[in-house]
Design a binder for this molecule. Structure first.
Ligand code: F6P
Length: 384
């Protein structure tokens, strides 16, 4: 069983985030204690295929859990993007274990990276376990992923800070926040910072109702500056796109380039800039601002990769270490094909096949109501 494991490989794939090094350090702590050697596989699945490895000697990495990013580098490499069958690719990949001299593998990544790990287990019975990673927090198998709360804090701080310049210039700021398919980052940071409008992918927005009307109501109630938090993946409703938008159409969205896993590269759309351009075309909005003694001015800010940058906060350091420790235990106990998971405040285990499914903000999530009240009640309560 576990005693045949002498050497393991660790890889990190997909977008980086604070806490990846904390996981690596957690794995190394437990591996050292169990007398198991660790090697790092560089650049995710790319390094696995191309034999790019480094030794991981724990004595060389004191306090690695405090450092942001990943010392193993990362890439978005999809080994299944070939003409061969999934089974064949998985079998070919599994033969790399011997070549790399590893008995088991810990894959740290999101749905794409862990999807590959799952196929390796399913089709080739490979000794692989997973650690869920996504800054967007959109993996079904765990309540939280490390890095998420660090990013929420960064975005919330940015919006707090932007408020002072928005106030000085009496401006509208449209702040674009990471989150390709799910709005957790935008929702949590937007509520935390008290953003005036919060737009997420799960609830496609109506330009007229959700933005123009709210801004008009806010200026009528005396507000002179406004912060709009928008997920990079927030889309307009189909009707609104057709009727209200002059600068983009459904065709623009359909033609977006895709990454190697087939995901549309929404950062190319720059929804915050599109919203600014659309608002700038609205004379009725400008007139409402002027009527209320405010010169209309609107700017966009894309937080982008600053949200994944820097050191992990304490929550993410500890969660990363706990995930690392739990993943190493899965290996020692031969519980392959699983990933570690945070349920409440407990470390649990879920099958990779379940864990990699996507998670979204659903209508019953209390943050939905909180958002709607936060947006509405402030201006309503001030109306004469
Ligand atoms: O999936 C995580 C994420 O941070 C998304 O929020 C964002 O769309 C994407 O990665 C950015 O990817 P890249 O680092 O390749 O530009």
């Amino acid at each position: 069983m576990g005693d045949q494991i002498k050497r393991i490989g660790i890889l990190t794939g997909g977008g980086d985030c604070p806490g990846l090094n904390s996981v690596i350090y957690g794995i190394m702590l437990k591996a050292y204690d169990a007398g198991i050697e660790c090697i790092g596989i560089l650049k995710g699945w790319k390094g696995f295929i191309e034999n790019l490895t480094i030794p991981l000697n724990i004595a060389d990495h004191d306090d690695l859990h405090t450092v942001g990013g990943t010392i193993l580098y990362t890439s978005r490499t999809n080994p299944f993007k070939t003409n061969s069958s999934k089974e064949q690719v998985a079998k070919d990949l599994a033969s790399k274990f011997e070549e790399l001299g590893i008995d088991a593998l810990v894959a740290i990544g999101g749905d794409d990276t862990l999807g590959v790990a799952d196929a390796l287990y399913k089709y080739a019975d490979a000794k692989v376990v997973g650690v869920p990673k996504t800054i967007d927090n959109d993996l079904k198998g765990t309540h939280y992923t490390f890095g998420f709360w660090s990013a929420v804090q960064l975005a919330s701080n940015s919006m707090d800070n932007l408020t002072t310049t928005a106030r000085s210039h009496q401006r509208v700021f449209v702040v674009e926040i990471m989150g390709r398919d799910a709005g957790f980052l935008t929702m949590y940071s937007g509520i935390s910072a008290g953003a005036d409008i919060i737009l997420i992918p799960e609830t496609p927005f109506d330009l007229e109702k959700d933005i123009i009307e709210v801004l008009k109501n806010r200026v009528k109630s005396g507000y002179k500056h406004h912060i709009i938090a928008v997920s990079e993946g927030a889309y307009p409703e189909a009707e609104s796109l057709k009727n209200d938008f002059k600068t983009i159409s459904q065709d623009t969205i359909n033609k977006l380039p895709k990454d190697t896993f087939g995901n549309p590269l929404l950062t190319h759309l720059k929804i915050s800039q599109i919203i600014v351009e659309e608002l700038n075309l609205r004379d009725d909005l400008k007139q409402e601002f002027n009527k209320n003694g405010v010169d209309y001015e609107c700017r966009s800010v894309i937080l982008g990769h600053t949200m994944r940058a820097g050191t992990p906060n304490s929550f993410d350091r500890i969660l990363g270490l706990r995930f690392g420790l739990a993943a190493m235990k899965l290996i020692i106990e031969s519980k392959f094909g699983n990933m570690v998971s945070l349920q409440g405040n407990k470390m649990e285990t879920v099958p990779l096949s379940e864990g990699v499914k996507k998670k979204y903000i659903t209508p019953d999530n209390d943050k939905m109501e909180l958002r709607d009240l936060l947006v509405k009640i402030r201006y309503l309560s001030k109306q004469k």
